[in-house]
Ligand binder design. Structure first.
Ligand code: GLU
Length: 282
């Protein structure tokens, strides 16, 4: 199979050293495998995405020496594909509308009978207040959730995935207990977006025939969600490669707001692409 990977930034801020490391790792792996490196713009969050950050992504990555086939896939152009995937999961009877705010969820979880709230890859595990509501009752102020117990029961056997990154290398079998109690009923479509990161990424990794997903170790726990959605939607499972994270001098993972480490600033100060590679240990 021809190796295909991708770098999938969100244009919600300038790319920083952590993004440079991720993009270069994916690009280098594509080259080592004689494969293809794709760029995808993850701009489903219309409120936070900016055209100028998208333009800066292209500039920064070209400056780093990366290239990719055009046209670039932009998630904002793909809403019908995400709606179709949501429709398919709904037709399987696995979805329900949810009107709970974050505050509602925190309040429900603070009830004495609830025990200690569990944090999953998506934040607090949803206590299930709206579970049982029917999709025919869904309104514009509802998000759409996956009924995790039903989703797991729908599959005769749970899938597994291959991890090629050294931090978690090996084969990872999904398990019911973790999915139902450690992940829970995740949001498939946010009320303000009509989709979610998880749903879009799964639909697009399949659309772009990605064979290995290269990204930061912060998303390792999210992979079980993606692999489950692939199984439910009848999509192939790529391999995963979660790389180490670039941290600041206090050991904190770099975030979008770490503008001090923006690739653009290093560029403006006269650094070369080779300097940046050295800075991130490549
Ligand atoms: N848009 C995501 C991010 O910027 C990418 C996640 C992924 O590679 O799956 O963190």
């Amino acid at each position: 199979m021809n190796y295909v990977t991708r770098f999938a930034p969100s244009p919600t801020g300038p790319l920083h050293l952590g993004h440079a490391f991720s993009a270069l790792t994916a690009f280098d792996r594509a080259r080592q495998h004689g494969g293809t490196f794709l760029l995808r713009i993850e701009d489903i969050d219309r409120d936070r995405s900016r055209a100028e950050y998208e333009a800066l992504i292209y500039e920064d990555l070209h400056w780093l020496g990366l290239n990719w086939p055009e046209p670039v896939l932009r998630q904002s152009d793909r809403m019908p594909a995400y709606a179709a995937a949501l429709e398919a999961l709904t037709a399987l009877g696995l979805c329900y509308p949810c009107r709970c705010s974050r505050a509602d969820i925190r309040a429900a979880l603070s009830a004495p009978q609830e025990g200690a709230p569990v944090h999953g890859p998506d934040g607090l595990v949803y206590p299930g207040n709206c579970r049982g509501r029917s999709m025919s009752d869904a309104g514009p102020n509802d998000s759409i959730r996956l009924d995790m117990a039903r989703a797991v029961d729908h599959l005769a056997t749970l899938p597994a995935f291959n991890e090629t990154g050294s931090l978690h290398e090996g084969r990872h079998q999904l398990d019911r207990e973790t999915l139902v109690h450690g992940v829970g009923d995740l949001v498939l479509a946010r009320r303000d977006m009509g989709t979610s990161y998880h749903l879009s990424v799964v639909v697009d990794d399949a659309e772009q025939a990605i064979t290995e997903v290269v990204r930061g170790a912060d998303l390792f726990e999210a992979s079980q969600i993606h692999v489950l959605l692939q199984a439910l939607l009848g999509l192939p499972h790529p391999d995963y490669h979660h790389h180490r994270l670039i941290r600041d001098e206090t050991g904190k993972r770099l975030a979008k707001r770490d503008d001090a480490r923006a690739i653009r600033l290093f560029r403006e100060e006269g650094a070369t692409a080779a300097d940046l590679r050295a800075m991130v240990g490549l």
